[in-house]
Ligand binder design. Structure first.
Ligand SMILES: Cc1ncc(C[n+]2csc(CCOP(=O)(O)OP(=O)(O)O)c2C)c(N)n1
Length: 360
């Protein structure tokens, strides 16, 4: 590690995070963010998504007993902070290189990666499988899936929620809502989530947090939940998830460590037979001004200059596969109006952005 950090130098595994105080983990989170920017400036890779989950990553490992509690990251492109904190800090500069660390979660790499990913929208079904397996073997370990607002709009996520809502099995789904997929998200789910977040409540959330937490804990103590359930969903939204059998809580600020510690502690300690969805609002690219300002929030970058944010492009003159593909499709579409372009929420990665600009 090139930097001298007050806490990160001595944090190798989540058990080291758990020795710190709540105010110390705030400093640790800042250090992880700085290290992440430094690393990706040298390796290239996914940056925006990781920057957005720095606090969430620190808090999840602080509260939950990973690797016994299973933490499943959807896609896995946001796991560089998780890798830094789970025994891979000293290898982090080998990211995406031959024999180096994978840019996604990988089971053979670490016991802290219980599920290998790269395809999106698989985390809830994977978590449900693990939670049911725990139940069948009388294990009380927690299972937590973290899924983005982009990934939750795909079909597999609904298939999983459809089963989870009826399963009477405890699991926690963290909806990491940054109102971004790789590009701006589209669709009805996006509108629904935006409606929840635009409610006055999110902005006065500090005041309502106490109410929600007390309703949340009381409900499980005395089981007299109906009125509180109603109050809570009326106050916070989330009725779609409630109707699907999830216990919805949120939205909460995903950069506010104190709030997250209280909410996740509650969710961990509660003896509840069913899925809980915690809606966390985060900002993609958080804490690095060039990423915050850029249109794609530095989703995927080549090496860059930390001071200027300028990316160092490869010197090759060869056209990229994506460009060749896009130009060929455009040529066909110009001749034939029946040619349409479809992309799985990744217009720039597939060349569909170029297609969309030319053909409409
Ligand atoms: C099956 C599949 N389709 C599409 C993709 C491309 N893809 C990568 S990440 C992602 C979603 C990113 O948005 P979100 O889940 O909100 O996460 P964020 O990057 O905003 O944290 C998509 C669609 C993929 N990895 N797998």
């Amino acid at each position: 590690m090139s930097n001298n950090y007050k806490f990160l130098n001595n944090v190798n595994f989540p058990s080291d995070i758990r020795k710190l105080s709540q105010s110390e983990i705030k400093v640790l989170a800042d250090e992880v963010r700085q290290e992440l920017i430094d690393v990706v400036s040298e390796t290239g890779g996914h940056l925006g998504a990781g920057l957005g989950v720095v606090e969430l990553t620190v808090v999840l490992h602080y509260i939950f007993n990973t690797p016994h509690d299973k933490l499943i990251w959807d896609v896995g492109h946001q796991t560089y902070p998780h890798k830094i904190l789970t025994g891979r800090k000293n290898k982090i500069r080998t990211l995406r290189k031959g024999m180096g660390l994978s840019g996604f979660t990988k089971r053979s790499e670490s016991e802290y990666d219980p599920f290998g990913a790269a395809h999106s929208s698989t985390s809830i079904s994977s978590a449900l499988g693990m939670a049911v397996a725990n139940k069948l073997s009388n294990k009380s370990d927690n299972v937590i899936a973290v899924i983005g607002d982009g990934a939750i709009s795909a079909g597999m996520a609904y298939e999983a929620m459809n089963n989870a809502g009826e399963s009477k099995t405890k699991m926690i789904v963290v909806l990491n809502d940054n109102d971004m997929s790789i590009a701006k998200p589209v669709g009805a789910m996006r509108k629904y989530l935006a409606k929840i977040l635009s409610g006055k409540i999110y902005f006065s959330f500090r005041e309502t947090l106490k109410l929600i937490i007390s309703a949340f804990s009381k409900r499980f103590k005395n089981k007299a939940g109906k009125a509180e359930d109603f109050l809570r969903s009326a106050v916070t939204g989330g009725t779609l998830f409630n109707s699907m059998g999830f216990y919805y809580i949120g939205p909460i600020d995903g950069h506010d460590i104190d709030t997250m510690v209280s909410v996740f502690k509650n969710a961990k300690e509660i003896n509840y037979d069913g899925p809980i969805l915690i809606h966390v609002k985060t900002q993609k690219g958080k804490g690095y001004k060039f990423a915050e300002k850029s249109e794609d929030k530095f989703h995927g970058v080549s090496k860059f200059n930390v001071k200027t944010g300028e990316q160092i492009k490869s010197s090759s003159n060869a056209p990229s596969y994506t460009k060749v593909f896009a130009n060929t499709l455009i040529k066909h579409a110009e001749k034939d109006s029946k040619v349409v372009g479809i992309t799985a929420a990744m217009p720039s990665g597939t060349g569909m952005d170029l297609f969309g600009k030319k053909i409409s």
